[in-house]
Write a protein that binds this ligand. Structure first.
Ligand code: FES
Ligand SMILES: [Fe+2]
Length: 346
């Protein structure tokens, strides 16, 4: 295949989302054993439900008979049945029963793709396999999730924009001083600065050079085989209670090529009674302020045209944006190169 075609495949892969990754798709409270939940990830429709033991099951949301969505079906403990003609499918994707026909040969067939699931820190993560990594690597948890010192509250939002713009936005601390200038916590510090990028063991930090911990001054991306997330600190005034800066741990999940879902854990370093008071203060006072900030991000990104990146003129501040784009490019290239190698050998 020509270099031009390979480039187009890589661009297409980036635009639709990287394969071979764990993605958060829902809050844990959204998945129960009463009604199935349909979600979309990288353009793939999936159904989720909890079995008898409370474990989350995940299948492609398509009945093996004639493709009706299983998310409209009925949960039977480990299994789910289709609303259309009643076929029963197990959590592993095997057809258990075809009630409309005795001894139907479909029974026993593994006919629906099943996905690996992890439930972690109030979110459900699904592994979207790649050809080179059909089995899920370990889901790498942010250190704040496994530390007793931190307490976090998950917020999610669907943004009608390609996920690449949401990642660009996170890799771009300079926007805090402008887009969020009127907010409770992001109006401080200088509006003029330079940026640099430091490579870390598992990713990179993009930071302002002229100030630290005055505003949204840096972001760190951690990139592992199968997991990618970022974190950043928002300095807090003492009126916002104990625990110092608020840390945001962020994942971005592509829904399809024109929408994404952001998962932001708002975290503070608080324990014991401080933990309880921060969670109370957050719910009572801070959450609405945070939503205003998040809505500013959503509104500006949704207002950008799908092809905004084709006409941009980047400058020094976009060094973090360049790094996250290069990361996606490298990941997509791995997906595409593997497919090409298989095709060439065939
Ligand atoms: S389409 Fe599901 S049972 Fe017919
Ligand atoms: Fe923002």
């Amino acid at each position: 295949m020509s270099d031009i075609n390979i480039s187009a495949l890589i661009e297409n892969r980036i635009n639709n989302g990287i394969l071979g990754q764990w993605y958060p798709v829902a809050k844990t409270v959204q998945v129960n054993s009463i009604s199935p939940l349909g979600v979309e990830v990288l353009g793939e429709k999936l159904v989720l439900w909890r079995n008898e033991k409370g474990l989350v099951q995940c299948l492609k949301d398509s009945c093996p008979h004639r493709g009706a969505p299983l998310s409209h079906g009925i949960i039977h403990k480990d299994h789910i049945s289709c609303r259309y003609h009643g076929i029963v499918v197990s959590g592993q994707g095997t057809i258990i029963n075809v009630p409309a026909m005795k001894d139907c040969t479909l029974e026993g067939q593994k006919a629906v793709k099943a996905f690996e699931v992890r439930e972690f820190y109030d979110a459900i993560f699904i592994y979207i396999p790649s050809a080179e990594n059909p089995k899920a690597p370990p889901l790498k948890a942010p250190k704040e999730f496994i530390s007793e010192d931190w307490s976090g509250i998950l917020c999610t939002s669907v943004w009608q924009t390609n996920y690449r713009y949401a990642l660009d936005n996170l890799a771009d601390p300079m926007h805090g001083s402008f887009l969020h200038a009127e907010s409770f916590t992001l109006g401080f510090g200088s509006k003029e600065d330079l940026m640099d990028v430091e490579k870390t063991e598992n990713g990179f930090i993009a930071r302002r050079t002229g100030q630290v911990d005055k505003n949204f001054d840096w972001v760190e991306f951690e990139i592992y085989n199968g997991t990618m997330f970022c974190f950043l600190d928002i300095p807090y005034p003492s009126a916002a209670g104990p625990g110092g800066s608020m840390r945001i741990v962020g994942f971005v999940t592509p829904i399809n090529d024109s929408s994404c879902k952001v998962f932001f854990w708002r975290m503070r370093r608080v324990k014991g009674i401080q933990r309880e008071s921060w969670r109370f203060l957050y719910r009572a006072e801070l959450e609405s302020k945070h939503w205003k900030v998040l809505e500013q991000d959503r509104e500006i990104l949704e207002a950008m045209s799908d092809n905004a990146r084709e006409n941009e003129k980047l400058y020094q501040h976009d060094i973090g944006v360049g790094n996250i784009r290069y990361t996606l490019y490298s990941q997509a290239k791995l997906n595409v190169d593997y497919d090409q190698n298989v095709e060439n050998k065939a």
